[in-house]
Ligand binder design. Sequence first.
Ligand SMILES: [Ca+2]
Ligand SMILES: [Ca+2]
Ligand SMILES: [Ca+2]
Ligand SMILES: [Ca+2]
Length: 381
Amino acid sequence: MNLRRMIAALVAATSLLAVWGSVSAAPYVLVAWHQRSNSGVLSSLFFKSGTAQGCPAAAPFRQPCYNPAQAWVAANSIATTVANNTATWDWNGTTMTQTGGVLWAASFISSNPNATPVISDRATSVTINTGTLTATAASYECVEGTFLTTVGANGCLNLTLGDDVTLNSTVAYNVGGNANCVNRVVLGDDASTGNPRAVSDTAGGGGCDGIDGAFDLYNIVPNPRFLILANQANIVGSDGCYMFGRASQASTSPCAADMSIAGASYMLFALPTDTDGDGIIDVLDNCRLLSNATQVDSNGDGYGNRCDGDLNNNGSTNAQDTVLYRQQLGQPSVAPTFNAADINANGSVNAQDTTLYRQLLAAPPGPSGPCLNTFPCPAHP
Ligand SMILES: [Ca+2]
Ligand SMILES: [Ca+2]
Ligand SMILES: [Ca+2]
Ligand SMILES: [Ca+2]
């Protein structure tokens, strides 16, 4: 090694050390939160509301967005509290720490944010320590949805409601200032089916009787896109399909066989990097380097129109695609799907698109965060 290379290597190593030395925690954003019942049915927990948090202003709402007009959401002030749902999350390699805001998330039947509500967790200052297997919070509260009443149960308190199908029991959260401690008093013809829901279970460091905690996410599941904290080591279904995927932003899971993974719970975090500044973080952005806030992807191949001139879907953009593109000039392009040749997805295929299309020639579609720079896009990266 000559002197110049040695110096370069030394400088590189020094700057690497400087970076490592200065970073004690990295900021993350919460991308999704899924929990499955013991029957294995997916339940996505929704935790955003309003355009300021990247949600649409009107229905249909997709994960992870509430419909603020949903009666139960409104009645429980969830929509207004979600406006404070701007917690920052920091990960130091072992511990995930929530700072500020209120984490208030709710699940709905069939993971449809417009459907009947099931259950809601509300917490502040959550800390999940994957090393010591402890979870703490400054406060925790569970809000019961209307669905569970219809089946004669209360999921927050883990009770059957008895013949009167009425909650006779009482509950106090945060007893003694401990967010893991829920004091439940079973009354009337209610009957216990387990310990009440709390921050974490007893193995996770205390509480008085909170065995069904919402935050026992002590497993770090390796993944190329997300930092995943899960309550079990394996959240991959029998068909190899992760419980989430490209469709984690859609209203339903793309997976079928994985529905049998009962009782799974996991949070997906990601770095907030947004290279093209369009408000969609890189791991979710279907055109990672070109601004396309609407994420329109007419042919549904995982690459947004803005970076997808590959109209015949063969992985390259060339003269074959140009023939197809020209055929679409002046043709209709209707929301929400639009015309695949409507590169800027503005409702018409015209000269503006021709300019953009030409810039896409001789290049593969993408890059797309969800597609992990591979073509075709993996269904469940
Ligand atoms: Ca983009
Ligand atoms: Ca596309
Ligand atoms: Ca092509
Ligand atoms: Ca256009």
